[in-house]
Design a protein around this ligand. Structure first.
Ligand code: NAI
Ligand code: MG
Length: 485
């Protein structure tokens, strides 16, 4: 049965408005297949309207001109309003992307913290004074880059909206945010919260609809100064080409196929327990997921026994049940893509140790569910060892020496995250230096800290988000020289 809850308008110039054509589309609940809401389907004209609103807000409005501390206050208000609505926002997010309510709740709280962090950062964007040859004074200003077009994916919709909006707003930029077509609701809710918190009209605009249509138009738009994108490497490559027309600044946070390197001297029980989340967080739809587990040969049997036993206990089911550990996959198409990789793995000769199919539970039949899947006896060069699957599938690859582990870890086109498990402190830091990746953790699978840089080597992307590095994406450096004579 279909239930239409609301009609969600775009946010342009401080107002909720329908698309110029009046068109809408249905957004679904991936756990039930039901219609969750009717959402405005933006077209090219709406991109033009949104960019014009952002342009005007940037060129003539108060946001970039206010003392930074005034932006701080408004951003703290955004954080407060998010915290007051954690349950409402988390339920919306869980329903729109099929993720567990447990994760969604933590994520929404994390978005409030992201606004708090960048609220504080707004007053700490410093220039330099530079001792130049000659008698004058040389100094730099860090100025907002201007209008930012931001395109985000469906796997962490509100988190990605927060990571994009908060540093841009702190820097004094104005924004056109385009959420993924499948998951527009939390970005619209966050945009609405920004308006309620006192972000001036036109500073935050949210347009919903097709990536290839409005996303591409945003990237090509001459009124946009900077593009920030999170999504597939395939689309990132395309956007880089498009951005070259106007030399639009672009930062990319793309795919990954990260290694979880487990040496035989590690605490294998802990490594196996933590690998469960490290591999299957968000049903594996996570760019930092450790989707290749490299285990030193002497420890492979013990690791695999412990790991597979725990994976088989994972509760797959209704995302709104607080006990659920693995929710739904975003769409039937994405589920089919993951299932194709499960077939490929079997054809390539890997051993299917568990999962590999839809759960039996009849109550899940209308949703896009898959059991968490582990392949063992995998060779690094197999397709399932190289390609980003973006679902609940992990591969176990044995290795013998430290050099071999590093070589395998560095053998993909990606370089986003990774882990090293060992009790040998020298080895931990030695290997950490050799792995070509943007973020690594030692005896842990955590990748993301709001205060620390996050981003990729290789085809995992360009630029660093989060921390004060995230501010650099949204500022230009201006050098000023003053003759003192
Ligand atoms: P995608 O990269 O196509 O979508 C991400 C965003 O880009 C969405 O907002 C989408 O509307 C927009 N987009 C798509 N085509 C565009 C275009 N031509 N111009 C401008 N914007 C465009 O990701 P998709 O197709 O949903 O997923 C496919 C695969 O991408 C996944 O299986 C996964 O491997 C990878 N992916 C990686 C993510 C990450 O965080 N690294 C996030 C989402 C997907
Ligand atoms: Mg796509």
């Amino acid at each position: 049965m279909s239930v239409t809850l609301t009609t969600e308008d775009l946010i342009i110039g401080g107002k909720r408005v329908p698309s110029a054509t009046g068109k809408t589309y249905e957004t679904l609940n991936p756990a039930t297949g039901e219609v969750l809401a009717q959402v405005a389907e933006a077209g090219i004209e709406d991109v033009d309207r949104a960019v014009a609103a952002a342009r005007q807000a940037f060129d003539e409005g108060p946001w970039a001109r206010w003392p930074a501390g005034r932006r701080t206050k408004v951003m703290l208000k955004v954080a407060q309003l998010i915290n007051e609505r954690v349950n409402e926002l988390a339920t919306l997010e869980s329903k729109n992307c099929g993720k567990t309510i447990r994760d969604a709740t933590a994520e929404v709280k994390g978005v409030a913290m992201c606004f708090e962090y960048y609220a504080g950062a707004a007053t700490k964007i410093f220039g330099q004074t530079i001792p130049v040859y000659g008698s004058g004074l040389d100094y730099t200003l860090r100025e907002p880059v201007g209008v930012a077009g931001q395109i985000i994916p469906w796997n962490y919709p509100i988190v990605m909206a927060g990571w994009k909006l908060a540093p841009a707003l702190a820097a004094g930029c104005c924004v056109v945010l385009k959420p993924a077509k499948q998951t527009p609701l939390s970005a619209l809710a966050l945009g609405q919260i920004c308006l309620e918190a006192g972000v001036p009209a036109g500073v935050v605009n949210v347009i919903t609809g097709s990536g290839p249509l409005i996303g591409a138009a945003l990237v090509r738009h001459p009124g946009v100064d900077k593009i920030a994108f999170t999504g597939s490497t395939e689309v990132g490559r395309e956007l880089m080409r498009m951005a070259s027309d106007n030399i639009t600044r672009i930062s990319l946070e793309l795919g990954g196929k990260s290694a979880n390197i487990i040496f035989a001297d590690a605490d294998i029980a802990k490594a196996a327990e933590k690998a469960v989340i490290g591999s299957f967080i968000n049903a594996g739809q996570d760019c930092t997921v450790r989707s290749r587990i490299l285990v030193q040969r002497e420890a492979v049997d013990e690791f695999t026994r412990r790991f597979v036993e725990r994976v088989q206990q994972l509760r797959v089911g209704d995302p709104l049940d607080p006990k659920t550990e693995i929710g739904a996959i975003i769409s039937p198409q994405q589920k089919a893509r993951v299932e194709e990789y499960i077939e490929i793995g079997q054809h390539e000769g890997a051993t299917l140790a568990c999962g590999g199919k839809t759960p039996d539970d009849a109550s899940l039949a209308h949703g896009n569910f898959l059991l968490p899947t582990v392949f063992t006896d995998v060779k690094s060069e197999m397709r399932i060892g190289q390609e980003e699957i973006f679902g609940p599938v992990v591969v176990v690859i044995p290795f013998d020496t430290e050099e071999e582990a590093v070589r395998i870890a560095n053998s993909t086109i990606y370089g986003l995250s990774g882990s090293i498990w060992t009790r040998d402190i020298g080895r931990a830091h030695r290997v950490a230096r050799k792995v070509r990746t943007g973020t690594l953790s030692i005896n842990s699978n955590d990748s993301v800290h709001l205060e620390a840089p996050f981003g990729g080597y290789g085809q995992s992307g360009i630029g660093r988000e989060l921390g004060m590095y995230g501010i650099e994406l949204y500022t230009e450096v201006k050098n000023i020289y003053v003759d003192l004579d």
